[in-house]
Design a protein around this ligand. Structure first.
Ligand code: CAA
Length: 257
């Protein structure tokens, strides 16, 4: 598929998707949605890929859903097309996705970053849910995922005032996993993805599934799910290889990569 709004590359066993609508600060229109989901699904199906990085530009990861595209829509338009439901395709990707965020991650941009498995931010990153300033509210998961990331008080503050959070506050609040200098963002994200891609792919995918399950279920059910998946891992050659390598004091060489 030829893409117009994103750049797609592979770096060894890592897939890299770069949002590329610089004139609109990577605003997320219907074409971006279709292309990002298609590229992610293609990497998910590509046996040579072990992890994926999603990034934008130094100025903007993404400044939100495309306001100019949304403005003329009526209620019936939004309802009938189930506006933004298509992003569900991204959340069904089974391989890990790291969001590498520099600059603005606002509205749908913040929500897109939160759909990924973890966020690495550049020091100049700014997160926000400014939909209230447009007379609406978050529509790609902000009211739900931001609350789970940073708790009710900060999520209410962000969604009701529309203020932005800088990278330091985002790290303090648990929204991002690490903050790095802007010039090191992509290398750091690719390095983290490369580390993941060198592990056993089924073990990585099961781990992602188990962590995500914690959002969807009770602690008791989540712990049972974790234990059952952990037990299933003893059916993998890679469990024997990983534990064998530790015992023999050598590096593991996982087969299922
Ligand atoms: N949609 C469409 N176009 C956008 C956009 C967006 N979300 N954000 C920026 N752009 C466009 C601007 O219109 C401008 O285009 P023109 O040159 O054609 O006028 C271009 O990108 C550059 O933007 P600015 O001139 O505004 O750049 P700036 O540096 O002065 O300001 C900014 C940067 C603070 C991010 C500002 O662009 C801004 O506030 N953007 C909108 C942020 C926003 O409200 N996001 C939420 C969108 S709604 C949403 O996402 C709903 C949801 O939950 C899914």
């Amino acid at each position: 598929m030829a893409y117009e709004t994103i750049l797609v590359e592979t770096r060894d066993r890592v897939g890299l998707v770069t949002l590329n609508r610089p004139k609109a600060l990577n605003a997320l229109n219907a074409q971006v949605l279709e292309e990002v989901v298609a590229a992610m699904q293609a990497f998910d199906e590509n046996a040579r890929i072990g992890a994926i990085v999603l990034t934008g530009s130094e100025k903007a990861f993404a400044a939100g859903a495309d306001i100019k595209e949304m403005m003329p829509k009526t209620y019936i338009d939004a309802y009938m097309e189930d506006l933004f439901a298509g992003w569900g395709g991204l959340t069904r990707v089974r391989k890990p996705i790291i969001a590498a965020v520099a600059g603005y991650a606002l509205g749908g941009g913040c929500e897109l970053a939160m759909m990924c498995d973890f966020i690495i931010a550049a020091e100049n990153a700014k997160f926000g849910q400014p939909e209230i300033t447009l007379g609406v509210m978050p529509g790609m998961g902000g009211s739900q995922r931001l609350t789970r990331f940073v708790g009710k008080s900060k999520a209410m503050d962000m969604c009701l005032t529309g203020r932005m959070m800088d990278a330091a506050e985002a790290e303090r609040s648990g929204l991002v996993s690490r903050v790095v200098p802007p010039g090191e963002l992509i290398e750091e994200a690719l390095k983290a993805a490369g580390t993941i891609a060198d592990f056993s792919l089924p073990a990585v995918m099961m781990t992602k599934e188990a962590v995500n399950r914690s959002y969807e279920t009770t602690l008791a059910e989540g712990l049972r799910f974790e234990r059952r998946v952990f037990h299933a891992m003893f059916a993998l050659d890679d469990q024997k290889e990983g534990m064998g390598a530790f015992t023999e004091k050598r590096l593991a060489n996982f087969k299922n990569r």
